[in-house]
Unconditional design. Structure first.
Length: 356
């Protein structure tokens, strides 16, 4: 008895579908073109010309990240059009805190069986994130791996490279006691804390379709690059902290000198309703909130007192909502949050997370 010749498609991988996806997303990549990159897909590697981008003595800064379990919530809700923005934001915001301009981005999309419509929607949102961050989508990888993922599931990873002139690198070393901490409002939860969010949803039996809960939870991460770069590069900002996993308590110390301690007043901004709903739904303690979620502050900006008003006004003109949330004191490197619920923080938080 002769055996039917097997093909890659018989094993669950469609090369034709992958090629069709590349053709479909090529215009999306071209829409992100910028000086230094032509954003053409199809080669074995992406090329970027630093000289064409206008740099003289650049340092390269690289970041990679994912969307975390927010992606599972998006898959379950069938809401894919924001996760690519999240992916870019988690990388690009990590670059700008070091003074770097995001230059180019590559994505990795993996699934058990390629759904071209879903993949194209995801890549379209990645391209939108790149346009918001001012970086070019110059390549990526689509991996179809039968048996690795449950039906309908997919995973995302992103890789972003930026550049900063050597003398403009933002290190936080000039931060000193008396400096002011400004907070830029987040657009929501951003991309952290969703394992806890999903646990609360399951325990409480919440319906994502009611009262727009799903859309509020899945609101894409705000990208701060275009607002911050014009202030970072002339040196008006001393330090930046992207508020991701660990919240204000764990992230602000990552940019502080050893003898500086941040004091954050929790009453200096209003906790957005979505966070209060989660707090009540999970009976969460204040410290758990502060170390799990951004609580409405997506980026901390540290400036000299004399520059605080000027920087605040410039950020507001750029479309940011700015709060004066604290100060820098003399003390052991760390961050303490104070408010009506008490005071909590971590003086050694940075040691566990500075490479996270």
């Amino acid at each position: 008895m002769s055996q039917k010749p097997l093909t890659y498609a018989d094993a669950g991988v469609s090369i034709d579908a992958g090629n069709a996806l590349v053709r479909a997303i090529a215009p999306l990549a071209r829409s992100t073109a910028r000086p230094g990159a032509d954003s053409e897909l199809g080669g074995f590697g992406g090329i970027f010309d630093l000289k064409a981008a206008g740099y003289d003595d650049p340092l390269l800064v690289a970041a990679n990240d994912g969307v975390g379990t927010k992606l599972k919530l998006a898959i379950d809700a069938g809401y894919h059009r924001g996760v690519g923005i999240d992916l870019v934001a988690m990388c690009a915001n990590d670059l700008v805190v070091q003074g770097a301009e995001p230059l180019f981005f590559l994505d990795y999309y993996a699934t058990g069986k390629l759904d071209e419509a879903v993949a194209a929607e995801v890549v379209a949102s990645i391209a939108e994130g790149c346009r918001q961050a001012g970086c070019a989508l110059i390549g990526g990888e689509t991996a179809e791996m039968p048996g690795m993922y449950a039906p309908g599931d997919y995973d995302l990873a992103g890789f972003c490279v930026g550049a900063v002139e050597r003398d403009k690198l933002l290190t936080g070393e000039s931060i000193a006691p008396g400096d002011v901490v400004l907070g830029l409002a987040s657009s929501g939860l951003h991309s952290n804390g969703f394992s806890l969010v999903r646990r609360i949803i399951a325990d409480r039996g919440w319906d994502l379709r009611q009262q727009g809960l799903g859309e509020r939870l899945l609101e894409p991460t705000r990208i701060y690059v275009r607002s911050l770069l014009p202030l970072v590069q002339p040196g008006r900002i001393k330090g930046l902290a992207h508020i991701t996993g660990g919240g204000l308590v764990d992230n602000i110390p990552r940019v502080l000198p050893e003898t500086c301690h941040a004091i954050i007043a929790s009453g200096s901004w209003v906790l957005p309703p979505i966070f209060d709903q989660l707090r009540q739904g999970g009976s969460l303690e204040p410290q758990e909130m502060a170390r799990t979620f951004n609580c409405g502050i997506g980026m901390a900006v540290i400036v000299a007192p004399a520059a605080a008003d000027e920087v605040t006004a410039a950020l507001q003109r750029a479309g940011e909502t700015v709060h004066s949330i604290g100060r820098i004191d003399q003390g052991q490197r760390g961050c303490t949050v104070v408010g009506a619920a008490g005071a909590w923080g971590s003086s050694e938080a940075w040691t566990a997370t500075h490479n996270a």
